[in-house]
Design a protein around this ligand. Structure first.
Ligand SMILES: Nc1ncnc2c1ncn2[C@@H]1O[C@H](COP(=O)(O)OP(=O)(O)OP(=O)(O)O)[C@@H](O)[C@H]1O
Length: 250
């Protein structure tokens, strides 16, 4: 569960370039909800995700995750709940290391409990099993293939997998397909959807791709000038047509 109560975030407060990025925002996200957020550039989407992740702290209001008040906690103290995937498929991976070594690093970094870290065959087998879920045939290239030689889509799918293999409950996706070609983007969106379901995650996706906003998730939010101006739950989203969604931006 994620709860934001009367949250405000102002950048450059009191200066000529002051920006009220988030304004009196209230939001309740139930466990296992998959929320998609759309909105024009500068409407506050990334700031909202940063406030939830703790990489930006609010000026006022309360943020509660899983019943714990996290309002003043920095991001590294929220990482037990939260995993994040960003636009750039290269961020968070070591290009010269093999796929397996990247998984070892990720497991060490997050002290994952799902995996027994090490050089053992057991670790390799667990990673192999998980990677085979992606259906990309990468499970047979674990040790030969350096991460940097994979396509952007493959890397982003592996990054997704690495981030959800930890015991996190919340996955934050900030335009994860923005740097990908349409085919890779489709693959990553599908992978994210499968992982969210199979790991029972609560997820938030920011996207400018309206067809993805329409297709994925069970709640749809539109932001404007730091506020939520539309909020469609699962039932209302089902009634919405794709052209309704396009009309919001015309
Ligand atoms: N660190 C910062 N310092 C100053 N202003 C900022 C900072 N981060 C965001 N802003 C401003 O806050 C407003 C909201 O930005 P934000 O990145 O949250 O919007 P967004 O909806 O994610 O936009 P986009 O779709 O372009 O990514 C913008 O006016 C932006 O310039």
């Amino acid at each position: 569960m994620i709860e934001l109560q009367q949250v405000n975030k102002t950048f450059n407060k009191g200066k000529a370039n002051q920006v009220n990025a988030i304004v009196d925002l209230n939001l309740h996200i139930a466990d296992q909800q998959y929320v998609v957020i759309v909105g024009a550039n500068g409407s506050g989407k990334s700031t909202l995700l940063n406030l939830i992740a703790g990489s930006v702290l609010s000026n006022s209001g309360h943020i509660v995750i899983d019943g714990v008040s996290v309002t003043k906690l920095p991001d590294y103290q929220r990482s037990r709940w939260i995993a994040r995937v960003f636009q750039n498929p290269l961020s968070g991976t070591a290009p010269d290391l093999s796929i397996l070594d990247n998984f070892r690093l990720a497991a060490l970094r997050t002290h994952t409990k799902r995996l027994r870290i090490g050089t053992s065959e057991g670790f390799k087998k667990q990673v192999q099993e998980k990677i085979s879920l992606l259906g990309m045939g990468l499970e047979n290239k674990l040790e030969q293939q350096p991460m940097g030689t994979l396509s952007g889509g493959q890397r982003q799918a592996l990054t997704l997998l690495m981030s959800v293999m930890d015991d996190c409950k919340i996955l934050l996706l900030d335009e994860p397909t923005a740097a990908l070609d349409p085919r890779s983007a489709e693959l990553v969106m599908h992978t994210a959807d499968e992982l969210i379901k199979s790991f029972n995650l609560t997820a938030i996706l920011i996207t400018h791709q309206l067809k993805d906003a329409y297709r994925y998730g069970n709640r749809l939010i539109q932001m404007e000038e730091g506020k939520i101006i539309r909020d469609y739950n699962k039932e209302n989203k089902l009634i919405l047509t794709q052209s309704d969604l396009f009309d919001w931006f015309s």
